[in-house]
Design a protein around this ligand. Structure first.
Ligand code: UDX
Length: 447
């Protein structure tokens, strides 16, 4: 008989995972403790913007016309425990307030709520990003709290999905990492992932600590790549080089590769910044802090780029103050094709300029609602053209396709001054300059 799957926590990761499991043919029950989220999902609505996710959900949520009916939702842990053979824990692990360490309270609560209802054999699979050592501890919690005792097992199976590509990354992952302690656990995970495995996705079997570390190591490496190229941008700014050409040239070496070498205002979002900090905090607890002190520098380089963007803008506006200056900010989300504004470099820059007296007007294709909630005091416009109207400078801070397709000549008609600063190195300088704009970018000559 086909496995039945539960997904605990229906945020970014969980909602996508639940829909993907239904797509792979399993009966799925998603659980969340937030009633509004469950109500939305039951109507086939997704609480965030993620390309393709709503369609996938509507294809499977029970009660929606024409759906497979394989996906249902609940708030009841007893129901989830009775339903599932495999329980995926997908709750979030944010940064602790005022500390670098990761807040494990949602993970702990999920295990504590589920375990007492597990009266028969089950595999609990952790997907959340956690500090190394957590799985070992949680495995003990499970055996202690579950009436079925040793029949309940844990596996750790980190998730590498990118926002904006969540559906594709979940259905066709580039690797599956399985931290397991028994053949039974491996067999069950292979059954769950039979479809991607049949497509040739590598299946890497590890112990618990390695599985946990793979995720934080991967994110640390990606953050390091970005900060590396941003450090080169700083040197280019000082020495007159062009970081975009430099990235292109070093990227031809396939040991280095082209990806994740886009210099600009740096990384943000709900993962990279908090994951490298939690990794440093955990290494400290383990007495291995020296091994990760370089991540402190990665973090500093990254945060410095936001300040540099503010200074470049000040300079472009004449060098003194932002008072009386109107600044258009194109982009609010931490990356394109997402409505996520968590730790967004774009909003950080907008906020800094606003706090220094500039009149900032923000436009973003999908992030307006979330941006307004986080920074209600900034100005907002309904379109890019409206944001640019009357502006003394235009800041391009999130590389949405819509912004690359803007007509610089038409924008020039409505702007007060034709000054554009590209914080993502994604606009075509030649096109903007031809339309009479002063184009400046990070790590590139002013020309
Ligand atoms: C990341 C990891 O990529 C993913 O594997 C993990 O599961 C979760 O964290 P995500 O947060 O969706 O995914 O975003 P990602 O595409 O990694 O981008 C992170 C940030 O880096 C964005 O703010 C992006 O604008 C920035 N970035 C990325 C750069 O500044 N330059 C680059 O070259 C690449």
């Amino acid at each position: 008989m086909a496995l039945k799957i539960t997904v605990i926590g229906t945020g970014y990761l969980g909602a996508t995972h639940a829909a993907a499991m239904a797509e792979l043919g399993f009966e799925v029950l998603g659980l969340d403790v937030v009633p509004e989220k469950i109500e939305m999902l039951q109507r086939g609505e997704v609480p965030m913007y993620e390309p393709g996710l709503e369609e996938l959900l509507r294809k499977h949520v029970a009660g929606i016309e024409g759906s497979s009916g394989r996906l249902r939702f609940t708030m009841d842990f007893a129901e989830a425990a009775a339903f599932g053979d495999v329980h995926f824990v997908c709750v979030n692990t944010p940064q602790k307030h005022g500390e670098y360490a990761c807040d494990m309270s949602y993970v702990d609560a999920a295990f504590a709520s589920l375990a007492p209802h597990l009266t028969g054999p089950a595999l609990v699979v952790g997907k959340s990003t956690v500090p190394v050592g957590s799985a070992d501890r949680l495995a003990r919690t499970l055996t202690e709290l579950a009436p079925a005792g040793e029949e309940v097992e844990l596996a750790w199976n980190p998730e590498f999905l990118r926002e904006g590509f969540a559906v594709q990354d979940t259905l066709h992952p580039d690797r599956i990492v399985a931290g397991i302690r028994s053949e039974r656990a491996e067999k069950l995970l292979r059954e769950v992932y039979a479809t991607p495995l049949s497509e040739g996705t590598p299946f890497v079997v590890t112990d618990f600590p390695t599985a946990e570390l793979v995720k934080t190591a991967a994110n640390s490496f990606l953050a390091t790549k970005i900060s590396f190229i941003n450090a080169m941008a700083e040197v280019c700014e000082a020495g007159g080089g062009d970081v975009v050409k430099l990235a292109e040239a070093i990227g031809h070496d396939d040991r280095i590769g082209k990806k994740f070498l886009r210099a600009g205002i740096g990384f943000g979002g709900g993962c990279l910044p908090k994951d490298i900090r939690a990794f440093m905090a955990r290494a400290g607890e383990l007495g291995a802090d020296q091994a990760l002190t370089f991540l402190r520098e990665i973090d500093s380089i990254n945060m410095r780029r936001r300040g540099q963007m503010v200074e470049m803008t000040r300079e472009a506006l004449g060098g003194s103050s932002f008072l009386g200056k109107r600044i258009a900010v194109l982009g609010a989300t931490f990356k394109p094709d997402s409505d996520d504004v968590r730790d967004s470099p774009a909003l950080n820059v907008a906020g800094q300029i606003h706090l220094q007296g500039g009149q900032v007007t923000v436009y973003d294709p999908k992030g307006m609602e979330n941006a307004r909630r986080l920074f209600p005091t900034l100005g907002y416009a309904e379109t890019a053209v409206d944001a640019v109207r009357g502006a003394h400078a235009v800041l391009h801070l999130t590389e949405w396709r819509e912004f690359r397709e803007l007509d610089p000549a038409a924008l020039g008609e409505v702007a007060t001054d034709r000054v554009v600063l590209d914080g993502r190195n994604a606009l075509d300088p030649a096109v903007w300059r031809a339309a009479g704009w002063t184009y400046r970018a990070m790590g590139r000559p002013t020309a």
